[in-house]
Design a binder for this molecule. Structure first.
Ligand SMILES: N=CN[C@@H](CCC(=O)O)C(=O)O
Ligand SMILES: [Zn+2]
Length: 413
């Protein structure tokens, strides 16, 4: 039996199957059909078009969505959704004036989450994380990437990746796993970073690959964390084992991390709150995608990624939440899209392209998700009655999503 949505006010992000990414000026175009229908069967999109051309058989189910807009679900290509406990105390310290780096120097930050993770059982970690995932799906996230990186020991990182694997099995939406190999230097290795990276390269990485625990590898390439040489060692080892990279780079300092990622054909470079001209030319000469994380800029009060500069230089910008307990404790992609428009001067069309099609490309899912396309998964959202799609980022902070459909089923609670 087919399900047809009829009288759709606007059907957004309607594309052909070979439209897998949009860059530069193409990002300003959001193809749509006014007064449309959308047909699903067996969890996939099978047809769409103008209402004037709509046909159906008596066995089919028709759902009238007059006045409402349909668009593909968000894809969140950068999260740290698996973590134990929260960090409100650090939040209060920051309100009183401490910076993210100062909190980290006091033993807070990533090390604080690592300690909490150490004390949490695998079941507790799964339960907390699964709740967060279910909450995000209700907000319209239809595919997600999740990183390890709070383990900081061989056992801890494997524990996190096993939890992500369990999430993959239980999640109705596609989950991609990233082994965030080098996130912070654990206290036990305080004066011996080389030995820590040796352990990553010689012990954890081979096990991660052998057990197929991750789709990607990541490094926090940043002053005070892991430098270019450290990043190169890890990316080289990962490449030899066939693991693609998505790396944290330029969050606080731009010092060549983008070029390093490009040298290793990284799938994406994420953060980019700091950008230099060389970064732009490195990206232009590559297939590596720039990913902006405006929730982190908002929460930490650091610069927003220069979206206009990236798009105006013909690049394919992506948006993600960076959901984590330290620098971005929200995974609400509706808010991320709003921030991109309000704070990064992206148009609603650009922001929606960045959070759907380009985001799907950033986790190698744009052949099955990210647009309304025949044959793609029926993962989409139906808005409440609103005047235009621009209302979603404009009236920020409110929920404009009435229903979320995943694999052709309404999962709205
Ligand atoms: N910057 C590195 N990692 C995370 C923050 C981790 C944390 O503070 O717990 C990020 O992407 O912002
Ligand atoms: Zn991150």
């Amino acid at each position: 039996m087919k399900t047809h949505f009829i009288n759709i006010k606007n059907l957004l992000q309607v594309r052909q199957s070979d439209d897998l990414i949009v860059s530069g000026p193409q990002m300003a175009v959001l193809p749509q059909i006014e007064n449309a229908y959308l047909s699903l069967e067996n969890g996939n999109i099978v047809d769409y078009g103008q209402m004037a051309k709509f046909n159906f058989s008596n066995q089919d189910r028709c759902i009238d969505v007059e006045g409402k807009i349909i668009l593909p679900t968000w894809v969140d290509s950068h999260t740290h959704l698996v973590y134990a406990g929260t960090r409100e105390d650090e939040f209060k310290d920051r309100i009183k004036g401490l910076s993210y780096q100062e909190i980290a120097e006091k033993g807070g930050g990533i090390l604080n989450s690592a300690e909490k993770l150490q004390n949490a059982s695998k079941d507790e970690l799964f339960d907390q994380s699964f709740k967060r995932l279910q909450n995000l799906i209700q907000l319209g996230t239809g595919a997600i990437e999740i990183k390890s990186g709070y383990g900081l020991t061989h056992e801890g990182e494997i524990k996190m990746l096993e939890v992500i694997q369990k999430l993959k099995r239980h999640s109705p939406i596609p989950v991609k796993a990233t082994y965030l190999a080098a996130h912070a230097l654990p206290i036990a290795y305080k004066n011996n970073k080389r030995a820590y990276i040796d352990e990553i390269i010689n012990k954890t990485l081979p096990e991660v690959v052998k057990r197929n625990l991750a789709d990607y590898v990541d490094v926090f390439c940043e002053k005070g964390y892991f430098d270019l040489a450290d990043t190169e060692r890890i990316l080289k080892a990962a490449k030899t084992l066939g693991l693609k990279a998505k790396i944290h780079v330029n969050q606080f300092n731009a010092f060549g991390g983008v070029q390093k990622a490009v040298d290793f054909d990284a799938l994406s470079v994420d953060h980019l709150e700091e950008l230099i001209e060389d970064d732009i030319s490195a990206l232009q000469a590559s297939k590596t995608l720039p990913v902006a994380l405006p929730g982190c800029s908002f929460f930490l009060g650091i610069p927003y990624t220069a979206a206009r500069k990236l798009i105006d230089n013909n690049l394919a910008l992506t948006l993600a939440s960076d959901y984590n307990p330290g620098s971005a404790p929200s995974g609400n992609m509706n808010f991320i899209v709003a921030l991109a428009c309000i704070k990064m001067n992206m148009t609603p069309e650009e922001a929606i392209n960045a959070a759907t099609l380009n985001a799907a490309h950033a986790i190698e899912l744009s052949d099955t998700l990210g647009s309304i396309c025949k044959g793609k998964k029926a993962n989409f959202m139906i808005t409440k009655p609103i005047n235009s799609f621009s209302f979603i980022p404009y009236a920020f902070g409110e929920n404009h999503i009435e229903q979320v459909w995943i694999n052709g089923k309404n999962i709205t609670s």
